[in-house]
Design a binder for this molecule. Structure first.
Ligand SMILES: Cc1cc2nc3c(=O)[nH]c(=O)nc-3n(C[C@H](O)[C@H](O)[C@H](O)COP(=O)(O)O)c2cc1C
Length: 369
């Protein structure tokens, strides 16, 4: 009998068994020596929880809000490209799972399902659309307009990818998008430039990405995007207080602390370590989210204690989709919520608001005592 999958690492292990090597390495790789990839996970254990006891915890809730929308837990789905390599319905299945669970689905613009397909499959889901600044600004503009028309609630601008990072494993396996799949947001429109029409499968994804992304991307583009849409703008990929403050000045509704799952610059800090500096700089003036290496309810609890409003997950949902499609993605969210609820109950927190900064301390504090 197959071993039951009861936590994120069970799903990860099973997905590693199921996925073709080139897809697996595309999903799991980090940049260069993968130092930050390892650190994203290890840093979680450098923070210890200080539980408070003997509080009435009979009535508990993990519910919270993000940009004014109520969600069932401070756990959201990060944008990851090309999800149909994990399961047949890819992004549509992930969005449906997210809708059932009651949280936010962030859709990658490099998706294998179109903006409209996702909206159709999960009509009542809370959806954010992740955009990039393309050399042809009109491509970005059209995607934003389509997302608005399809009922998306925010635009997430990825600011840490002026070019694609180098992931050595993908070079070794010569990763390409399987030829039966397409980057769906570029081929469903009849008005795409000829460059976009190269997006049929079987091509080198990195060459493709670097040919489209505009390395001139700068703060002026954030202002341009703000003029383009009335939707709130979230800046994803911020790792310093300086950039968080510039983001605030540029009118961001939220700062998303991320190192892109350690796929861009190797050697940057793990996100749980970068988070406190940004929370301090922002000082409550906009929402702060975080992602990178989160795989258990205790990790999520620690990030909330450090001041994040929402914790996003990328790879865990890909593992869920690979193992069990929509059900697997749903199970991942559910498992994390149960683990968060348990950690909250055992640490004296009946609500997300009860998780306060004094409830986590770095490991060194204890060795100094
Ligand atoms: C396979 C894969 C594809 C990704 N694609 C995108 C993308 O298209 N846009 C984007 O902003 N971030 C992308 N990311 C980064 C994620 O949004 C997120 O920052 C990261 O996965 C979080 O780390 P975790 O996977 O450890 O949870 C991708 C990450 C992975 C693993």
């Amino acid at each position: 009998m197959a071993r039951p999958l009861v936590c994120v690492s069970d799903y990860a292990e099973e997905a590693r068994r199921l996925l073709p090597l080139s897809v697996l390495t595309y999903y799991q790789s980090g940049a260069l020596d993968e130092v930050t990839l390892k650190e994203n996970k290890e840093a979680m254990n450098r923070w210890y929880i200080r539980p408070r006891l003997l509080r009435d915890l009979s009535q508990r809730s993990t519910s919270t809000t993000i940009l004014g929308h109520t969600v069932s837990a401070p756990i959201g789905v990060a944008p990851t490209a090309m999800q149909r390599m994990a399961s047949t319905d890819g992004e549509c299945a992930n969005a449906r799972a997210t809708e059932r669970f009651g949280t936010v689905f962030t859709m990658s613009s490099l998706s294998t399902s179109s903006i409209e397909e996702v909206a159709q499959h999960a009509p009542s889901s809370l959806r954010f659309f992740q955009v990039r600044i393309y050399k042809d600004r009109e491509v970005t503009a059209k995607q934003v307009r389509r997302a608005e028309a399809a009922g998306f609630s925010a635009v997430v601008l990825t600011v840490d990818a002026p070019i694609a990072g180098i992931r050595r494993e993908n070079k070794r396996t010569k990763f390409t998008l399987p030829s039966h799949l397409k980057t769906a947001n570029f081929v469903t429109n009849n008005d795409m430039s000829s460059r976009m029409n190269t997006s049929a499968g079987g091509f080198d994804v990195y060459e493709y990405m670097n040919s489209l992304f505009d390395p001139t991307i700068n703060w002026g583009d954030v202002a341009w995007l703000k003029r383009l849409t009335k939707l709130p703008i979230v800046l994803k990929g911020i790792l310093t207080a300086e950039d968080a403050l510039l983001g605030l000045e540029a009118g961001a509704a939220a700062i998303w602390v991320s190192n892109h799952g350690a796929r861009q610059v190797d050697g940057v800090p793990p996100t749980i370590e970068a988070l406190p500096e940004i929370v301090k700089a922002v000082d409550g003036r906009c929402e702060v989210y975080v992602d990178g290496g989160f795989s258990s309810g205790t990790h999520i609890f620690k990030a909330l204690a450090l001041g994040a409003q929402m914790v996003f997950l990328g790879r865990p949902l890909l593992w869920g989709l690979t193992c069990e499609g929509e059900e697997g993605a749903y199970n991942i969210l559910n498992i994390l919520q149960q683990e968060l609820d348990s950690t909250m109950a055992l640490s004296g927190c009946a609500t997300v608001k009860d998780i306060t900064r004094d409830m986590v301390l770095r490991k060194e504090y204890y060795s100094r005592l």
